[in-house]
Design a protein around this ligand. Structure first.
Ligand SMILES: NC(=O)c1ccc[n+]([C@@H]2O[C@H](COP(=O)([O-])OP(=O)(O)OC[C@H]3O[C@@H](n4cnc5c(N)ncnc54)[C@H](O)[C@@H]3O)[C@@H](O)[C@H]2O)c1
Length: 373
């Protein structure tokens, strides 16, 4: 039976991928260092006994050599994901580990059939916009001056609001250390893969949702924050005007995409968006979470504050992967239900809420407009 290595296999997407691979009858090896704060309480119960588990760091050559032994497929999902300015860690964990996989595979002439690298929608940055006469705009970021005036949308020279369009894989404008490291992984996978005939694919996941997403991961975002707020009967905080758009993809749809990428040669040496195909405003998304709790009477608090570094809109064009037969099947409401069921099964929700609130404050990223528009 083919052996599949899943780095980060104790994590959210990794563990669901591991389950699917086992159910398909494949042998699975996990390489994971049970990184804190993702795993505050050690190895999660959901990690199956049926998978071989190597506790180790993807940056360590000896460990990676051991992990790659006799492997036919690699899912490289382990990653450092945060908002902290320890820039080098992003490249040590995300980029160096990817380089190491290819370095070892080339040096040892490993018979690997496919390497699937987790990229991110974040690579798209602020994406692409269009004005009224159809001219395209590729904004890098909103200026501090604009944000201090509370002007949230991108505007053309005449002050008219630009229209956001779904971003295709041909575009990349990584806005921060995490996105740059993810883009570097993508470039390495496609370049080294093609040059050394190691079939490779990079998947740019949109915001992924479902059970097992760490409650201690700052990255897990809106679903966790809104769910905790509604659970404790608090009004969730929404930044800017609540009208920024996002697409959310269910973790089982992501696993479907992973399996397709692993098996389908047409994906070789390419990047694909893996998104939910529906754009929601953050305010709409909060109302999906409120509905799941039956607490629609608790209205969100739209503060008019903003988070430094947030992108205004992030929605991925999934036409390319759909053309290969994949499609997102689960709705955002189903994802939220799965997450909320998982949350309700936890015994330490107060600790989780305290941790989330403290961490957000210490990051000090929330700001208030100080100038008039
Ligand atoms: N969850 C999302 O919404 C999302 C969106 C876009 C891209 N991604 C990408 O998908 C991948 C999986 O994300 P996730 O949400 O499952 O994250 P996660 O934090 O739940 O899982 C990551 C796993 O990697 C492990 N890990 C971290 N550093 C490691 C190291 N140095 N050595 C070995 N193991 C290490 C962690 O212990 C964890 O089990 C990541 O590469 C991430 O960048 C995730």
């Amino acid at each position: 039976m083919a052996l599949v290595l899943v780095t980060g296999g104790a994590g959210f997407i990794g563990s669901h991928t591991v389950d699917r691979l086992l159910s398909l009858g494949l042998d699975v090896r996990i390489l994971d260092n049970l990184q804190k704060p993702v795993h505050m309480k050690g190895k999660p119960d959901y990690v199956p006994e049926a998978a071989e588990f190597i506790l180790g760091d993807v940056r360590d050559r000896d460990t990676m050599e051991k992990a790659l032994k006799d492997v036919e497929y690699v899912f490289h999902l382990a990653a450092y994901q945060d908002y902290l300015p320890d820039f080098s860690t992003f490249f040590h964990v995300n980029s160096v580990s990817t380089a190491l996989i290819y370095e070892i595979a080339v040096a040892r002439k490993l018979p690997i059939k496919k390497i699937i690298v987790a990229s991110s929608q974040f690579v798209n940055g602020e994406g692409i916009y269009k004005d009224k006469v159809g001219r395209f705009y590729y904004p890098k970021r909103r200026s501090n001056d604009q944000l201090e005036r509370g002007l949230w949308d991108f505007l053309d020279d005449t002050g008219s609001k630009l229209e956001y369009i779904w971003t295709p894989e041909t575009y990349a404008a990584p806005p921060n250390q995490y996105a740059i490291s993810k883009y570097s992984q993508e470039l390495m996978a496609l370049n080294f893969g093609e040059r050394y005939e190691l079939p490779s694919v990079a998947l740019r996941y949109s915001i992924v949702q479902g059970s097992r997403q760490s409650f201690y991961n700052m990255y897990s975002g809106a679903c966790r924050i809104f769910s905790l707020a509604y659970y404790f009967d608090k009004s969730p905080t929404i930044y800017e005007d609540g009208r920024m758009k996002r697409d959310f993809v269910n973790v089982h749809d992501v696993v479907d995409a992973n399996i397709l990428a692993m098996n389908d040669e047409r994906t070789n040496y390419q990047a694909f968006n893996v998104g939910g195909g529906v754009d929601y405003t953050v305010e709409e998304f909060a109302s999906i979470v409120a509905r799941e709790f039956g607490k629609e009477d608790i209205k969100p608090n739209i503060t008019g504050e903003y988070r430094f570094g947030d992108t205004r809109n992030a929605c991925s064009d999934i036409t390319k992967l759909k053309a290969l037969g994949w499609t997102p099947k689960r709705s955002a409401a189903e994802s939220v239900k799965e997450y909320v069921d998982y949350l309700k099964a936890q015994t330490d929700l107060k600790d989780i809420l305290d941790y989330a609130e403290k961490s957000m404050k210490s990051l000090n990223v929330v700001r208030k407009p100080t100038k008039s528009p």
